[in-house]
Design a protein around this ligand. Structure first.
Ligand code: ZN
Length: 344
């Protein structure tokens, strides 16, 4: 048996209990999990908004070591340090073949929703999902790099390619992905404007030394105030919050030739645009979806080089997963939450 965080039905609380140890099937690898990240995606998964079936072991941001190989697996050895992609992709559709695997058209779902996940002492995953963790990167760091740091890498490589010296604004920069979005923009040579409404997180962002840290307070329309402070608009604006209000402000903040990238998601919001900005300023409005395995590998290399420092804001034991969920649901942690899933 292993300890695992299980969602028995959508909408229920996740409970930690003993479950049968997974057995790796053909093409699968058993990973002894050491750490698993907890972000807002897990809350959306809990409510059923991302699909899948229950009962289900949740969790997808993992760092661990290969424990056993299923039939037919080559290229991995017990003891190899690994993280994994969140997506179960087909590997052969035009999107996968073209290097855009997060847009896979024969997609089979998410780790932790459509197959059992990694908020557990062990998980069996397709070998194709694994990404090797380089020396110098902790398995807790690798866990969050696979999602919270790789997602920003995809943004600045594919959706809004950065040139050194450009200005990047991040709306919601104190969150688990947001702080790494700001850190990644800095690693790419940008001037970073970190926008955060929570005073404690604002203070932490200032301590991390981002060029401008801005708190819009309770103001609904704050873009013009910030444009005044910056003496201009920005080249890239990334919205981690994506409320109707932040979408409007982010679009307004994006300047001539710039790109507005929506990463956060809230159901029921909408974005109104003045098409004049699209024409006269050639503003690009787009979104960004996760990261490829190659991008996860390059993100791990950046962490190994210490160009981007993982920000782990809170740690919990596996048996205290309910507390990790509460901290995540109340948005009270700066950076990412990590659960220690090592077997005692
Ligand atoms: Zn595919």
């Amino acid at each position: 048996m292993i300890r695992a965080a299980v969602l028995d039905r959508f909408g229920a609380d996740v409970v930690v209990r003993d479950v049968a140890e997974p057995v790796p099937g053909p093409g699968e690898v058993l990973v002894a999990v050491e750490a698993c990240g907890v972000g807002l995606t897990l809350e959306r998964a809990r409510t059923g908004a991302l699909g899948g079936t229950t009962p289900r072991v949740v969790g997808h941001e993992l760092g661990g070591t290969v424990a056993a190989l299923g039939p037919g697996v080559t290229g991995w050895q017990p003891g190899d340090r690994v993280t994994a992609s969140f997506y179960l992709t087909c590997g052969t559709c035009p999107m996968c073949a073209g290097g855009r695997e997060t847009l896979c058209t024969a997609w089979r779902g998410y780790v932790g929703l459509h197959v059992d996940g990694a908020l557990a002492e062990a998980v069996a995953l397709p070998a194709a999902n694994l990404v090797r963790v380089p020396d110098g990167v902790g398995l807790d760091e690798a866990a969050i790099a696979a999602d919270a740091i790789a997602t920003p890498y995809h943004v600045f490589v594919e959706r809004a390619p950065l040139r050194p010296g450009q200005t990047v604004a991040v709306i919601g920069a104190g969150g688990g992905v947001g702080v790494h979005m700001a850190a990644m923009a800095r690693a790419f040579g940008a001037r970073v404007v970190a926008i955060e409404r929570d005073a404690a997180k604002e203070k932490r962002l200032s301590e991390l030394g981002f060029d401008v840290v801005w708190n819009p307070g309770d103001e609904a329309d704050w873009a013009d105030d910030l444009i005044g402070v910056l003496d201009g608009k920005v080249d890239v604006c990334v919205d981690m919050v994506a409320s109707t209000a932040t979408l409007a402000n982010g679009a307004r903040l994006t300047g001539r030739g710039g790109t507005f990238v929506v990463v956060g998601f809230q159901p029921g919001t909408s974005l109104m645009l003045d098409p004049a900005a699209l024409i006269l300023d050639e503003v690009v409005v787009t979104g960004s979806r996760y990261a490829t395995r190659a991008e996860i590998a390059r993100t791990l290399a950046l962490v190994a080089q210490r160009r981007v420092e993982p920000v782990i804001g809170a740690r919990f034991a596996l048996d205290d997963t309910a507390e990790a969920y509460r901290a995540m649901q109340h948005n009270e942690v700066f950076g990412r939450i990590v659960v220690d899933t090592r077997r005692p």
